[in-house]
Write a protein that binds this ligand. Structure first.
Ligand SMILES: NC(=O)c1ccc[n+]([C@@H]2O[C@H](COP(=O)([O-])OP(=O)(O)OC[C@H]3O[C@@H](n4cnc5c(N)ncnc54)[C@H](OP(=O)(O)O)[C@@H]3O)[C@@H](O)[C@H]2O)c1
Length: 306
C-alpha cells in the first residue's frame, strides 16, 4: 500500500474542543509488534480531552481502517486488511489519516457494517463487555440494572446483558424508552424519577453516570451483589458500609474481545449507533457537539469515505 510521508492530524493543545488544531505531521512508523492503520473513521468519547496528563496529543481512541504497514514481527495481519481497534490512552489516538496501533489491540472489522459505523464500537463496546464479563461475571437469569442505557456505553451494556440472558432494567431519558427497549431492556425507568423506589434486589449495576446516580444505587443491590462503575470511583465510605462488591475500571484494548463483538454485530445481535459524523478537519465541532442531550449513539470523525 502506498503510504504518504505527511498526514493531516488533529492535535489537542488543551482540555476543550477549542484547543484542537488541524496540523500536518510526518506519518508515524510502526515499531515491533505494531501496525500502521490508514484511518477511515474514529469516534469521540465524552470527557476524553481531560484524560491525558500531557499535551499536545491526538484524540479519539477508536479506530476503523485498513492495514497500511506492518512493524517488525507482525505476522497476524496483512497489508490491505480491514481492521478495527481501541488505541490505549497512553498513546496518540486516531484523529489523523494514519494511526499506529499495537497488533494485539486490533481485530478484523465486522463485515456487515461500514467503517463509519464500526468506529463507534471499540471503546464503548469493550467497556460494556469488560464490565459484564470481567468485572461482574453476569449469569443467565440475573437482574442487571444499566444506568445510562441510551448512552455510548450503556446501549452496549443493555444489548450484551440481554444476550447473556439477564433480566435487564435500564435508566434513560423518557424520550429514549422505546429505543432502549428495542435494544433488549425488559424495563426502562425515566432517569428523572427515583429509580431506587422502583427496583430492588438487583444482582449487578452497571453505572455509566456516577454522581447522585451512583450514590442512590447502593440500596437497590442485593447483599453480595456487584456495582461496576466507569464514570466515577465508588467512595471508600460506601464500600465499607455495604456488603456489595464495587469495582471501578478503565477499559483496556483487547483484539480478542473485539473479534467476539464483531461476530455479534455480523449476527445482528449487537447494533451500534452513529449520532452524527464530521470530517477530520471539523473534529473541533464534533467535540463541541458532544454535551448535547437525549441523542442516541456516538459522534464519528470520518477521515476517508465510509
Ligand atoms: N472507565 C472507562 O473505561 C470508561 C469508558 C468509557 C466511558 N467512560 C465514561 O463513562 C461515562 C459515560 O460514557 P458514554 O460514552 O456512555 O457517555 P454518553 O454517550 O454521554 O452517555 C451517557 C448517558 O447517560 C444518560 N444520563 C444522563 N444523566 C443520567 C441519569 N441521571 N440517569 C441515567 N442516565 C443518565 C445520558 O442521557 P442524556 O443524553 O439524556 O443526557 C446518556 O444517554 C463518561 O463519563 C465517560 O467518560 C469511562
Amino acid at each position: 500500500m502506498n503510504v504518504a510521508h505527511m498526514m493531516h492530524v488533529v492535535r489537542a493543545h488543551g482540555r476543550t474542543g477549542a484547543n484542537l488544531a488541524n496540523e500536518k505531521l510526518p506519518v508515524p512508523e510502526p515499531g515491533p509488534g505494531e501496525v500502521l492503520v490508514a484511518v477511515h473513521a474514529t469516534a469521540v468519547t465524552a470527557d476524553e480531552l481531560s484524560w491525558p496528563d500531557d499535551v499536545p496529543f491526538t484524540p479519539c481512541h477508536d479506530v476503523s481502517g485498513t492495514v497500511a504497514l506492518l512493524g517488525d514481527g507482525v505476522t497476524e495481519r496483512e497489508v490491505g486488511e480491514q481492521v478495527y481497534g481501541l488505541i490505549g490512552f497512553d498513546r496518540d489516538g486516531a484523529a489523523a489519516e494514519y494511526a499506529v496501533v499495537p497488533v494485539h489491540a486490533l481485530a478484523a472489522k465486522p463485515r456487515k457494517i461500514d467503517h463509519t459505523t464500526t468506529a463507534v464500537i471499540p471503546l464503548a463496546g469493550l467497556t460494556a463487555w469488560q464490565a459484564l464479563h470481567e468485572h461482574s461475571q453476569v449469569q443467565r437469569g440475573q437482574h442487571v440494572l444499566v444506568h445510562g442505557g441510551a448512552g455510548g456505553v450503556g446501549r452496549y451494556g443493555v444489548q450484551l446483558a440481554h444476550y447473556l440472558g439477564a433480566r435487564v432494567t435500564a435508566t434513560a431519558a423518557r424520550s429514549a424508552t422505546k429505543d432502549v427497549r428495542a435494544l433488549g431492556a425488559d424495563r426502562v425507568i425515566d432517569y428523572t424519577t427515583r429509580f431506587e423506589e422502583q427496583v430492588a434486589d438487583v444482582d449487578v449495576v452497571i453505572d455509566t453516570v456516577g454522581g447522585e446516580t451512583l450514590k442512590r444505587s447502593w440500596g437497590v443491590v442485593r447483599p453480595g451483589g456487584t456495582i461496576v462503575c466507569i464514570a466515577e470511583e465508588p467512595s471508600q465510605e460506601q464500600r465499607a458500609a455495604h456488603d456489595i462488591r464495587a469495582e471501578y475500571f478503565i477499559v483496556e484494548p483487547n483484539g480478542g474481545q473485539l473479534e467476539e463483538l464483531a461476530h455479534l454485530v455480523d449476527e445482528g445481535r449487537l447494533r451500534p449507533a452513529v449520532r452524527r459524523t464530521f470530517p477530520l478537519d471539523r473534529t473541533d465541532e464534533a467535540f463541541v457537539l458532544r454535551p448535547g442531550r437525549h441523542a442516541a449513539g456516538k459522534v464519528v470523525v470520518q477521515v476517508k469515505g465510509a
